[in-house]
Design a protein around this ligand. Structure first.
Ligand code: 13P
Length: 251
């Protein structure tokens, strides 16, 4: 059985002081949650603070990006080893905003997935089609390319160490959620693709595939009732402790 995973991607919101206030309010709200993994992905400047405040709780901390080298002359970048030392356990990789605004490609995303795994971080590999691609019936082609590109060279033995997030670009920050059926269709495809990629259906069955794109307290339950939706990657609705706690407690 795949343990549900609910992750909050704060994007470029919240100073460390604001992150502290969030965590102090949020911790008691989810103190009774035992059957869901919770991940918070604050900005780099808040990672250490959030990791310290959540130590000993069931909340894990994710970076929103990771560089693919271990160290070197890469001004402005942060390595997996640096993140680990700050208490980070997960890294979001290949978010559509990074692909769109920071020129990330399947090739660079693949290097980052490998660097995260090598550095002991759980990569959360994001993929998803744009509205134009969906309307041109390209959804399956696009996500297959992103999945194969992002996971190139990753063996089936790493299946349990990584997470996939399907985030249709047209659903991000738009309030226009994919229907549970639309999301399930792509999630099932992704799982079948993983099975074919690794020639190993058991490995594919062990991978958690999250849905992201306008997840909120009102739609999380119906999304999570789909067989291949194993969690959520939540943007806007993760910024307030009460709405994110409601999502975490979707059951
Ligand atoms: P929203 O939940 O704000 O649509 O953002 C989704 C997202 O991009 C999470 O990574």
């Amino acid at each position: 059985m795949r343990t549900p995973l609910i992750a909050g991607n704060w994007k470029m919101y919240k100073t460390a002081a604001e992150a502290t206030a969030f965590v102090r309010a949020f911790l008691p709200m989810v103190a009774g949650v035992a059957d869901v993994e919770i991940v918070l992905a604050p900005a780099f400047t808040s990672l250490g603070t959030v990791a310290m405040l959540t130590a000993g709780s069931r909340i894990a901390v994710a970076a929103q990006n990771v560089h693919f080298e271990t160290e070197g002359a890469f001004t402005g970048e942060v390595s997996a080893r640096m993140l680990r030392e700050a208490g980070v356990t997960h890294a979001i990789v290949g978010h559509s905003e990074r692909r769109q605004y920071f020129a990330e490609t399947d090739a660079s995303v693949n290097l980052k997935v490998k660097a995260a795994l090598a550095g002991g971080l759980t990569p959360i590999l994001c993929l998803g089609e744009t509205l134009a691609e969906r309307e041109a019936d390209q959804t399956f082609t696009v996500v297959e390319r992103q999945l194969r590109g992002g996971l190139a060279g990753i063996p089936a033995t790493d299946a349990g160490l990584l997470v996939i997030a399907y985030e249709p670009v047209w659903a991000i920050g738009t309030g226009r959620t994919a229907t549970p059926e639309q999301a399930q269709e792509v999630h099932a495809l992704l799982r079948a693709l993983l099975g074919a990629f690794w020639h190993d259906d058991a490995a594919a069955a062990s991978v958690r595939i999250l849905y992201g794109g306008s997840v909120n307290p009102g739609n999380v339950k119906s999304l999570m009732s789909q067989p291949d939706i194993d969690g959520g990657l939540v943007g806007g609705a993760s910024l307030k402790p009460d709405s994110f706690a409601e999502i975490v407690k979707f059951r």
